[in-house]
Design a protein around this ligand. Structure first.
Ligand code: UD1
Ligand code: UDP
Length: 388
């Protein structure tokens, strides 16, 4: 009698390297670890060091293999080269049945490309986000477009993201709309409920700010700093800004904002504390991707300090506004929300278009079905000119 193939766990290598990848792959890793169909092999590349380590224990992710690729002020090409070499070695050594990557970081691109070179099929979580501008955000828009050329499974968070992929020629049979795993994680963390807000109980209006994008670094970020000083100058606000570890961010924001009344610059917050801080704030100003998804889930209006967004669902729902990078415009938009309760309520009540907290379960259901099939999972789909 032959052995039942579904009794042998599928070896799924989850490759992650930065804070948001840890947050958004944690629900997938936890769900795999909680069942018997998959053996999760979590590989951390260490593209981020402190900010990644800060997350993993809190999120109950068991790491199997840790690489150490981060360098101070790393350049994208050097980082990519280090990632490709070390991930290729790990994949050759482990021979997983599939590789799972998330989003659009350099780790995600290198993970997908290294898997392709090893002829291992790739599942892409949070597939299909697009601004349509190849260098904005930089380099993420290109990274995620390239991953779409490689992946076998495309797990799109929204119907719009799924449409982007099919419009680009990905077979609809390989695209699955799941919701975003960030919502799974946020709901899980809020249920744990153990975080501490970084705001003081001051009675002031509470504004949570994060800034880090490469295309904002330099003059643009300096202007954003000036807008925050203007906002703090009102005297009725408390701004908390957890500073990204990137020296390119600190070089700009520390001279601009350190010691300013009404502004607290703090170290990156652990996820439980960040969720508690977000839950307590009145308003969010950010250039982050993940925070654009989390803020509407907690009914917090978000001003997006960028010239493009790949998450127009929040803008269309009315939960977020794309305000650009001009300091005067940023200041004006923030003051409007602080001073106009009707405008504020409209944004706060707009709702969350990013999922119901069951995205990881949908990802696993799909993978389970495909790995239960008798035929081996192909690396790619047949093209229009393939022989039958
Ligand atoms: C990267 C991702 C970006 C994501 C962001 C999340 C790429 C190309 N960019 O940003 O998509 O939104 O992470 O935060 O993959 N550093 C530390 N300790 C840390 C982390 C960073 O010291 O824990 C410093 C290092 O000097 C490092 C620098 O920050 O060289 C920049 O890190 P990097 O991962 O290159 O950041 P970004 O590309 O800006
Ligand atoms: N975050 C956190 N602590 C902080 C700032 C952010 O835990 O001090 C979390 C936040 O909840 C979100 C994620 O980090 O889920 C976003 O990461 P980041 O902004 O670095 O990257 P992006 O989402 O833009 O890729």
């Amino acid at each position: 009698m032959s052995a039942d193939p579904s009794a042998v766990p599928v070896r799924a290598m989850l490759v992650l390297g930065t804070r948001p990848e840890a947050i958004k792959l944690a629900p997938v890793a936890r769900t795999m670890a909680g069942g018997d169909r998959f053996e999760p092999i979590v590989v951390t590349t260490g593209q981020h060091r402190e900010m990644l380590e800060q997350m993993l224990g809190l999120l109950c992710v068991d790491v199997r293999i840790s690489l150490d690729v981060m360098r101070n002020r790393q350049q994208l090409s050097d980082l990519t080269a280090r990632l490709m070499g070390s991930l290729g070695d790990v994949m050759r050594d482990q021979r997983p049945d599939l590789v799972v990557v998330q989003g659009d970081t350099t780790t995600a691109l290198a993970g997908a490309l290294a898997a392709f070179y090893e002829r291992i099929p790739v599942a892409h979580v949070e597939a299909g986000l697009r601004t349509g501008v190849p260098d904005n955000p930089f380099p993420e828009e290109l990274n995620r477009s390239l991953i779409a050329r490689i992946a076998r499974w495309h797990f799109a968070p929204t119907a719009r993201a799924a449409r982007h992929l099919t419009d680009e020629g990905v077979s609809p049979e390989q695209v699955f709309t799941t919701g975003n795993t960030v919502i799974d994680n946020l709901l899980w963390v809020l249920a744990e409920g153990a975080g501490t807000s970084a705001f003081r109980a001051s009675g002031a209006r509470r504004i949570l700010v994060t800034l880090h994008r490469r295309e904002n670094q330099g003059e643009r970020m300096r202007g954003m700093g000036r807008a925050l000083r203007g906002l703090a100058g009102r005297g009725d606000v408390e701004i908390v800004l957890p500073l990204h570890k990137s020296p390119a961010v600190r070089d700009v924001l520390l001279p601009e904002l350190a010691g300013q009344n009404g502004i607290s610059l703090v170290e990156p917050l652990g996820y439980l504390d960040f969720a508690a801080t977000l839950a307590e704030c009145d308003l969010v100003l950010t250039d982050s991707g993940g925070i654009q998804e989390e803020a509407p889930s907690l009914s917090k209006p978000a001003l997006v300090l960028r010239t493009t967004t790949e998450r127009p669902e929040a803008v269309e729902a009315g939960a977020a506004r794309l305000v650009g990078t001009d300091p005067e415009v940023i200041l004006g938009a923030a003051e409007e929300l602080l001073d106009d309760p009707v405008a504020y309520r409209r944004m706060a009540c707009a709702g969350n278009p990013f999922g119901d907290g069951r995205a990881a379960a949908r990802v696993l259901a799909r993978l389970t079905e495909d790995f239960a099939a008798e035929v081996p999972v192909p690396l790619t789909s047949p093209g229009p000119y393939s022989a039958a």
